[in-house]
Ligand binder design. Structure first.
Ligand code: HEC
Ligand code: HEC
Ligand code: HEC
Ligand code: HEC
Ligand code: HEC
Ligand code: HEC
Ligand code: HEC
Ligand code: HEC
Ligand code: HEC
Length: 290
């Protein structure tokens, strides 16, 4: 088996060189010739060889699996009949590059790829995936954090803040909340609403509660930043300021205006008394106090 594969690789490599050599002869396509054709430095051939070998160690190279490219036309299944696809991504239409991938992967998690913001923004599968590599899920970098923050730089900043979901620590991932391939929910969230997403891990916040707090029922992000914040725990602002964004009545107002201060406000945070900000099931839990 090993020998067969070796021979096969040699064959494909020769084929590849033939294909690229013919591009070089074609003035129209001259600009697209990969630089390896022009007097390849000795280590370039080695690099290409290593590159091809890595493909053989991926799930795409499983010959015994009837669904893989290797049992459906081999290299040309992705690189196209002329073996020209993916060598010059900058001048290949994104649609064309995504086509072979979608022809096998449009089901499942990619059901909503078409029409998603990533698709509409002209992203290619190969913006996040690298096919000749041995990383889990064939990602371009070791962590999702690295893959996503090459574009979403502000998310990198968020996750560096003192209070953050433990993504940098590797306890959860972007894809525990988002499906980067698109969803029917808002913001590529895998669930249909923000709250349904949060409940998958914070089930105790789902309720129903005897005493509900309207903003928690509405959307957790009324008070929390889902990624990271300067205020623990992931709060958009520190109480009392957080609470005063909506509550301007009675003792809350006084803290805001700095006028005559109600004894209940002095030196205290709202949550010292209203400890059940997410809702309460205590028979006497009105005003979210217990
Ligand atoms: C001929 C069909 C076919 C084509 C074309 C194809 N794939 Fe796959 N792909 C598969 C199969 C089969 C698997 C293995 C799935 C499994 O094990 O459940 C796979 C697995 C994957 C995986 C998961 C790897 C892992 O470690 O779990 C990714 C990511 C992927 N493909 C992306 C792509 C991208 C991007 C393209 C286009 C450049 C592409 N595929 C082209 C059939 C294909
Ligand atoms: C914005 C980045 C991004 C883009 C663009 C992207 N992917 Fe992915 N893809 C990911 C990440 C991250 C994972 C890993 C998910 C996980 O580990 O659960 C993944 C996983 C996969 C998997 C394996 C797991 C599964 O869901 O079956 C396949 C197959 C796949 N992608 C195919 C594609 C195809 C085909 C395209 C282009 C139409 C594409 N991806 C575009 C980020 C992306
Ligand atoms: C599943 C799709 C897929 C299959 C199968 C595949 N390739 Fe690729 N290949 C790609 C993509 C996408 C790239 C762009 C870089 C990357 O993602 O690794 C690429 C890049 C390359 C490169 C360019 C390396 C460089 O950096 O210039 C070579 C050479 C290559 N492939 C040869 C082959 C050969 C030979 C085979 C068959 C043994 C093969 N590929 C099979 C998708 C595929
Ligand atoms: C190549 C650049 C690029 C990469 C890599 C990338 N994105 Fe994006 N992403 C975009 C662009 C462009 C938009 C649309 C921006 C906008 O409309 O503001 C977007 C939008 C989004 C949105 C908002 C979508 C919506 O429907 O409102 C989410 C969520 C998102 N990306 C998550 C991710 C995740 C998770 C990853 C990593 C798996 C990732 N992105 C990787 C470019 C990228
Ligand atoms: C705990 C769940 C969770 C995790 C983990 C998570 N996100 Fe989000 N993300 C959300 C929610 C909820 C929103 C919607 C926020 C809103 O609408 O204000 C969002 C929004 C976004 C947006 C759109 C923001 C905008 O203003 O348009 C991007 C981009 C994004 N996330 C990227 C990422 C990336 C990249 C990662 C991983 C590094 C990640 N997210 C991890 C829950 C999460
Ligand atoms: C995939 C699981 C998962 C999802 C989904 C999730 N979280 Fe978390 N959340 C965690 C983990 C893990 C922690 C850290 C717990 C710890 O450190 O003890 C955490 C912690 C928190 C904390 C406390 C942070 C601190 O500094 O103590 C808040 C607040 C929070 N999450 C809100 C949310 C909100 C809002 C959503 C929905 C947008 C959400 N979570 C979705 C897993 C999740
Ligand atoms: C009205 C503002 C507000 C809303 C809305 C809100 N939270 Fe909170 N949350 C807080 C405050 C304030 C704290 C800190 C409580 C404390 O210090 O006693 C907190 C703490 C947390 C914690 C960490 C401590 C704990 O109780 O486990 C988690 C997890 C959490 N919230 C998840 C959620 C989820 C999930 C939602 C949506 C269902 C949500 N929050 C909606 C204000 C809010
Ligand atoms: C996004 C707006 C919003 C934020 C932020 C907010 N609340 Fe509320 N709160 C409401 C609404 C709406 C009601 C319901 C008012 C009603 O029914 O009259 C409410 C009701 C209450 C009640 C009365 C409950 C009852 O039984 O009548 C208390 C106490 C309360 N909030 C405390 C807080 C505290 C403490 C904070 C800060 C941790 C906070 N709220 C943050 C919108 C908010
Ligand atoms: C020392 C305890 C204490 C603190 C601190 C406190 N409250 Fe209250 N709050 C109460 C009690 C007790 C009630 C029950 C009704 C009453 O006595 O006025 C109440 C009632 C409320 C109500 C419902 C009735 C109304 O007046 O609208 C809201 C809303 C409220 N508090 C918000 C807040 C906010 C916001 C803060 C922080 C700025 C805060 N509370 C700080 C004890 C406190």
């Amino acid at each position: 088996m090993h020998l067969v594969v070796k021979n096969f690789m040699g064959f494909m490599f020769a084929l590849l060189l033939c294909a690229t050599a013919s591009w070089a002869a074609d003035p129209e396509r001259g600009a697209r010739v990969p630089d390896m054709v022009h007097s390849p430095p000795p280590d370039r051939t080695e690099y290409i060889d290593e590159h091809i070998q890595r493909m053989f160690r991926t799930p795409h190279a499983v010959l015994g699996d009837g669904r893989t490219p290797f049992s459906n036309g081999m290299c040309v299944r992705c690189h196209g009949p002329d073996m020209d696809m993916f060598f010059d991504p900058a001048s290949t239409p994104v649609e064309r590059m995504n086509q072979p991938c979608l022809s096998c992967h449009e089901e499942g998690a990619r059901r909503h790829w078409r029409g998603s913001r990533h698709e509409a923004s002209g992203l290619a599968c190969v913006n996040c995936h690298e096919l000749h590599n041995e990383r889990k899920r064939l990602l371009k970098a070791d962590t999702q954090m690295e893959v996503c923050t090459t574009c979403h730089k502000e998310r990198r900043t968020d996750f560096l803040k003192p209070s953050h979901h433990p993504v940098p620590e590797g306890l959860i991932n972007c894809t525990d909340c988002h499906n980067p391939h698109g969803t029917t929910g808002p913001r590529k969230l895998f669930a249909t609403t923000v709250n349904e997403t949060c409940y998958t891990c914070h089930a105790e916040k789902r309720g129903p509660f005897l005493w509900e707090h309207h903003p928690a029922r509405d959307e957790c992000i009324n008070c929390h930043d889902p990624h990271g914040s300067l205020h623990r725990p992931l709060l958009l602002a520190r109480p009392p300021l957080l609470c005063q964004q909506c509550h301007l009545g009675s003792h809350s107002q006084q803290a805001l205006t700095g006028g005559v201060t109600d004894f209940r406000i002095q030196g205290q945070s709202c949550v010292n008394c209203h400890s059940q900000v997410h809702g309460s099931n205590h028979p006497r839990g009105n005003f979210l106090q217990r």
